[in-house]
Each structure stands twice: as C-alpha cells, then as structure tokens.
Ligand binder design. Structure first.
Ligand code: ATP
Ligand code: MG
Length: 356
C-alpha cells in the first residue's frame, strides 16, 4: 500500500475546521480504495503561536516540511496580527523555500451554485488559471526616495526572467495539453508595458513551438476581464503574471459563485520539494467556530493534491462526490444552503462510500 506523508497546517480562523473536513474526506477515499493511505502530521503554526512566541512557525519550519509528500494548508491571518506579518511569516516562506512557482487555480461552476452571470451554468465556465508564483510584480524590488518630501518617488519594479517566464509558460502549455480543449490564453499588458511584458509574448511564442497540438491566443489583461464576463465559454487554460493572475482569479472566483468553493495549489512542477494545497479563502473570523465554513474549496484542493500525488482516480471520485452533494442542495449558507460544515462533509464521505 502506498502511504503518503502529509503535513497539515490548519493555522487560523476557519482553517482548522476546513482542514479537519478535508482530512475526513481523504480518509474516506483511502478506506474505499484500499491501495493508498495517509500518514498525517499536524503542525500548530499560525497566529496563536505568533502571539505566544513572536513567530508563526519555528525558524527551521520550512526544513521540517521537506520530507513530506505534500502540504495541506488551511488559512492564515488574524484580526489582531498585521497582514504582512502573517503573510511573510508562514505561507510565503514555504512557497519560496520550495520554489512552488506554479500557482494553479481551477474554476468551474459547480451544480447547484449560482453564478452572478445570467444564463451561465455548469459547463459554461471551466477554466484553470496558472499564476506565476515566484517573480514579476511581487518580486519585492523597488523602494522609496525622498521619503515624506514633495519630490518623493516610490518604485515597484516587476522582475521577469527568461528562466522564470519560460518555466511557467511550459507548465501552462503542458497543462493545456492535458485538458480536452488543448487551448491556452496568455495574458499580458504588452501594449503599455514594453519590456518584461513583450518578453512574455516572445517567450510564449517560442514555447508554443514545443506544443504543436495546443492552440493558443494572447489577451491584454484589461480586455481579458471583459472576455471572462462576456464569453466565459471561450476560455480554458489561462496563464498570467503574479499580479494579473491574482486579480483575474478573484474575478474568476466571484463568477463561479463563492470564495468558499475556490481552491488553489502551489506547485513545484519539478517535484524537488513538497507542493502546497489550500483553499483560496482566508481565515474568515466572522464565521469561525460557528460550524458553517464551506469545506468545498478544501475538498477541491484535496483533489488537486491527490492528482499531484498520482491518485487521479481518487481525485476524480472526490470531485464527483462533491458535485453530487452540491447538486443535492447540501450546501453551507455562503452558497445559499442551510447545511453545516459537518453535514456537507458527512454527505461527501457518504457519497464517496456509495460511489461505484
Ligand atoms: P483574508 O484576510 O485572508 O482575506 P478574511 O478573513 O478576510 O481573510 P476571506 O477569505 O477574504 O476572509 O473571506 C471574506 C468573507 O467571505 C469571510 O469573512 C466569510 O464571511 C466569507 N467566506 C470566506 N471563506 C468562506 C468559507 N469557506 N465558507 C463560508 N464563508 C466564507
Ligand atoms: Mg479578505
């Protein structure tokens, strides 16, 4: 039997609630399949630890995670801890330490969930957004000169490297190739930004030669927002920079109905290190402890994790169970239902057990 070593980092707010739900579903899948299992180690890192010790995780935290097959992450952030501390104290060191340069965000309208787009339902919107996760606008380059003076200048320099752009482009083309439509949209702003963005366009054209069976097109990011709303059916796989994809994926999440159903994976495609799987939503302290956190995003990212581990059948089975439960109307209040986290989780586990 294959046993996968999973590092669970539930962290803050509703993180522990949704990670517990996700682990329950993983156990149900393993029981049903019999061919694999999980050895889960939980880490109590996060804002509570910060308040007690001054750091969100131990100094050698990233090192401690190195030997795991995957990281299953909840949510980080607390009302009384500044955002940049929680962000830079836990998630980003893991993403950077393990060079998880591909951030992968599938978006689909699940049955029973309403998109704000009129007449758009399941099947009309089925995208995967690939976000460059290691450089670009969030490289941290820049500074401020003449601080506080009338002539003050602040710069925020986007850094794109040939290595960085080529590897994310290859990942995106390969992903597009693995999907039925074999279609990729490359997003830039190369009309206004004449250097790094033009390089993106050029590298896209170069890499496309390696994938003759994938068709692709280019979009400027502003026009892309319009296309996502007006012609969602025309898109499939999408690749964009760190900043552009950050914005586009929030729009995508909203079009798909709720933050509570949006998953993400931070992938090291070369598999040198563990990849990290998490719901997109934050710690949501307004609903923490009420038992109504939507676990669907976490189930979905658990399916991404299974796929990454090579358990594609189990991943498929999990998503079929989730879609069946959504279609049956067993949903939390954020997507218009009345069920609790536990009821949704039990229903999904039941559907897993009952599936053929
Ligand atoms: P962050 O600071 O990381 O953005 P947050 O606490 O602001 O975290 P968000 O993820 O931004 O939380 O979510 C905004 C709101 O959406 C939450 O306050 C909550 O009401 C709702 N929400 C988010 N995720 C879920 C979920 N899984 N289930 C139900 N409601 C959710
Ligand atoms: Mg928020």
């Amino acid at each position: 039997m294959r046993e996968y070593k999973i590092a669970a980092i539930p962290a803050d707010g509703i993180g522990p609630e949704v990670i517990a739900a996700g682990l329950q579903a993983l156990v149900a899948l393993a029981r049903r399949d019999g061919g694999f299992g999980f050895d889960v180690t939980s880490f109590d890192w996060g804002s509570d630890r910060y308040k007690k010790t001054g750091t969100l995780m131990p100094e050698d935290g990233v090192e401690q995670l190195k030997t795991f097959d995957a990281i299953f992450f909840g949510a980080v952030g607390a009302p009384d801890v500044p955002d940049h501390i929680t962000l830079w104290g836990l998630r980003l060191p893991i993403c950077q330490g393990f060079d998880q340069y591909a951030n992968v965000r599938p978006t689909r309208i699940l049955p029973g969930i309403h998109s704000p787009l009129e007449g758009v339902g399941p099947g009309d919107l089925d995208w995967v957004i690939v976000r460059e996760n290691s450089e670009g606008e969030y490289a941290g380059s820049g500074g401020r000169a003449h601080k506080g003076l009338p002539e003050e200048v602040g710069t925020e320099v986007a850094i794109f490297t040939r290595v960085g752009v080529t590897r994310i482009m290859r990942y995106a083309f390969r992903l597009a190739q693995s999907r039925p439509r074999k279609f990729l949209t490359v997003v830039t702003k190369s009309n206004a930004q004449r250097h790094g963005m033009v390089m993106w366009d050029e590298i896209a054209a170069e890499v496309s030669e390696e994938f003759p069976d994938v068709s692709w097109d280019k979009m400027l990011v502003d026009a892309m927002t319009v296309r996502m709303v007006k012609q969602p059916q025309s898109l499939d796989t999408i690749v964009a920079t760190n900043l552009h994809a950050d914005i586009l994926s929030d729009l995508a999440g909203a079009l798909a109905g709720s933050l509570g159903v949006a998953p993400t994976a931070n992938i090291d495609p070369e598999r040198r290190y563990p990849s990290m799987f998490e719901p997109i939503h934050g710690s949501a302290f307004d609903i923490t402890g009420k038992g109504i956190a939507n676990p669907v995003a976490t189930f979905w990212t658990a399916a991404q994790m299974l796929d990454h581990l090579g358990e594609a059948d189990a991943a498929k089975r999990l998503m079929i169970a989730v879609e069946q439960v959504c279609a049956d109307g067993v949903m939390t209040p954020d997507v218009g239902g009345t069920a609790t986290t536990r009821q949704v989780t039990d229903a999904v586990c039941e559907a897993i057990r009952g599936a053929n």
